[in-house]
Design a protein around this ligand. Sequence first.
Ligand code: TYD
Ligand code: MG
Length: 442
Amino acid sequence: MAKSTTLHICNNCDAQFSKWSGQCAECGKWGTLEQSSSTEAPQALQQRKQALDNVSAVKPTAFSDLTTAQVKRLTSGIEEFDRVLGGGIVPGSLVLLGGDPGVGKSTLVAQVAAGIGQTVLYVSGEESASQIKLRLDRLELNQSQLHFLAEEHVEVICKTITEQQPGLVIIDSIQTVASSAVDSEPGSVNQIKAATVRFLETAKTSGIPIMIIGHVTKGGELGGPKTLEHIVDAVLYLEGDRHHQFRLLRSAKNRFGSTNEIGIFQMQEQGLSQVANPSETFIAERSDSAGSCMTATIEGNRIFLVEVQALVTKTSFGFPQRKASGFDLNRLNVLLAVLQRRAGLPFDSHDVYLNIVGGVRFSEPAIDAAVCLALVSALYDQPLANTIIAWGEVGLGGELRSASRGDDRAKEAKRFGLTSPISASTVKNIRDTIAAAGLNKK
Ligand code: TYD
Ligand code: MG
């Protein structure tokens, strides 16, 4: 007797359920579950088992017998970009560039494409040829080797790649590419996965590197680049606030290099320009009013001097307000509780607003010390001396923890006249930190 099972499969994410429901429990989409019944005759099952038993072993190769050919990477001449990839684009690799819509992904790839010095196939289902041409003209890029393809079918794109043999392929963006082998709509998880796997095959067999762009979807990773991370060779994220000029290019995964490197750019009239000396730019407009404190933070291998600003006002009604930009709000709440409990400061009756200047989100815990000093300086309405800089993670007991590469941070700070560092090597806890910064209640 045939064994029959009824399954309900989500046409967005391929999750399987034994019972039907209106919403897919895996991806949260509504109305995507479809019934599918699979039957397999016992004979067929038997044959499949036998076929599996009949495979023969293969002989492994010793690593010492393998010779590695030196691969020549494609370099774009944009050093901040090449470095993040570990020295350029590896032939036959599949690179994913993710980021929020409007952050500058198309701009970056256009600049890379023009700098690579080989024929580039620019595939876009998002923008028309004239829109892209307009951008290239605006960026004053050399267009002699750039070719455009307006196509959405992954099969057609891959065929074109193998026939045209370009030096580099750019897919802008993966969300607009669809495969006819999958019947869900373009942009769904199944479609972008299927398309990415096709591109991977094409890249590996032809040796032509492919860069795909993926938008990070609002609120969720599903449908965005996160679902593709395990398929591709390298994942880069372009981050930054659209309304600010700074952009950080991070690598979240790299099969051909370290993920420690970051690239720093500024979005300007002429596209993205490299920032070799981030501290200089971040420090240029620092304020000397109460509630401002400088810190040295490390992202990748680079040290940034950034300004933390706080505004503290007495709560006039209801619960105190807490707002943070560029900093984790939960972390801010923890630090306020530590200041309240360990330093006896009355933040429970004050509204607090915190901002990390520059529109870049830094996540290193060593920013804590500067956040606390900015808060206390704002609370007391006393500016800090303009040579002060602070770093170190603040623990729940109010202790200040040491941060890595303290000497390097101090050296970078000194270059910009911040000669009075406050860190775990000079003070032990948050009370001492506040005292060392010269802040006290009048
Ligand atoms: P874009 O690269 O289209 O973003 P994405 O592909 O990530 O969606 O560019 C985003 C923004 O950058 C756009 O709103 C305008 C701005 N921009 C500049 O400021 N200068 C420039 O030279 C270019 C090309 C764009
Ligand atoms: Mg774009």
